[in-house]
Design a protein around this ligand. Structure first.
Ligand code: ATP
Length: 283
């Protein structure tokens, strides 16, 4: 086998809380992450020579691409002789959206290289290599439902969440993650996520309990220029979503539905208004 194609799933934050600022300048966060069926297709082929070529739609396939960074990290850490690679990514996950679009491609490259070159590598070893590529990469290696702590790299994998449908809608602007962190005043954050309650609801397979606890504290520090986030959230709730929130540092907003037909109807209404709207389900 010298070629493999894998699905690289997007993620949502069912919760996002910021606990403290650390002496190293980073923040400790606590996030419940969930992968969804919206995905990129990542094909990795082994080639002669030493070049790592990467095509990634409109996104540069150079050394800044997390797929290329992941390949280099794999060869540095896995004890495998480097070889040439041809990486082709069919992008469907919107970029700069809070859905880990780059990290999931990097994680898919790690999984592909394990399958092609080092099937003996354990998940734990692959997660460790992923941590050198980016803080969301280890989560994306396994996906599913997980609690992420520390900078996001400390993971506890959880029972798979009840299957919910989601409408994802990204307005046409990007939000800088460092800018959002700089607006956080920890003592002023109110209405923090009930992370313990979310974990209990997940353990119990309680969909209503999960829906009741969806919450992202970054929504409280958005600048006025991001008002469209709240407009989309209100639209989703008016269209029947049982919960709605921004994912990660945004700007994508997701609505959650237990009923597939209700999700599809909301998707159809919203996709007429917003170019980057997707319908997906938990995976
Ligand atoms: P997160 O949810 O992890 O904060 P995000 O969805 O906000 O991520 P990404 O789509 O992962 O953001 O991309 C952020 C930046 O990473 C972009 O500016 C993009 O140029 C760069 N990038 C590097 N590799 C990729 C990739 N394979 N796909 C998308 N973006 C990539």
């Amino acid at each position: 086998m010298n070629r493999v194609t894998l699905s690289a799933y997007a993620k949502l934050n069912l919760t996002l809380d910021i606990l403290r600022k650390r002496p190293d300048g980073y923040h400790d966060v606590q996030m419940v992450m969930q992968s969804v069926s919206l995905h990129d297709d990542v094909t990795v082929a082994l080639t002669d020579g030493a070049e790592i070529a990467c095509r990634c739609g409109d996104i540069p396939g150079d050394e800044s691409n997390l797929a290329v960074k992941a390949a280099r990290a794999f060869f540095d850490a896995a004890g495998v002789a480097p070889c040439g690679l041809d990486i082709e990514i069919v992008k469907r996950i919107p970029a700069q959206a809070g859905m880990a679009g780059g990290s999931t491609d990097g994680a898919a490259v790690l999984r592909a290289l394990r399958a092609l070159l080092a099937p003996e590598l354990t998940d734990a070893e692959l997660l460790r290599i992923g941590a050198d590529v980016g803080s969301d990469v280890p989560y994306c290696v396994r996906g599913g439902t997980a609690l992420a702590e520390g900078r996001g790299e400390r993971l506890t994998f959880l029972p798979q969440a009840p299957c919910l449908y989601t409408v994802l809608c990204k307005p046409d602007f990007a939000i800088s993650t460092p800018m959002l962190f700089s607006r956080v005043r920890l003592d002023a954050l109110s209405n923090r996520p009930d992370t313990a309650g979310m974990l209990a609801a997940l353990q119990a397979g309680d969909a209503v309990g999960v829906l009741a606890r969806v919450r992202n504290v970054f929504e409280d520090v958005l600048p006025e220029s991001c008002g469209e986030v709240f407009a989309i959230k209100s639209r989703l709730l008016a269209l029947g979503a049982e919960a709605a929130a921004m994912t990660g540092s945004g700007p994508t907003v997701f609505g959650l539905f237990r009923d597939e037909a209700a999700a599809r109807a909301a998707y159809e209404a919203l996709s007429a208004e917003y170019r980057q709207t997707d319908l997906a389900q938990f995976v």
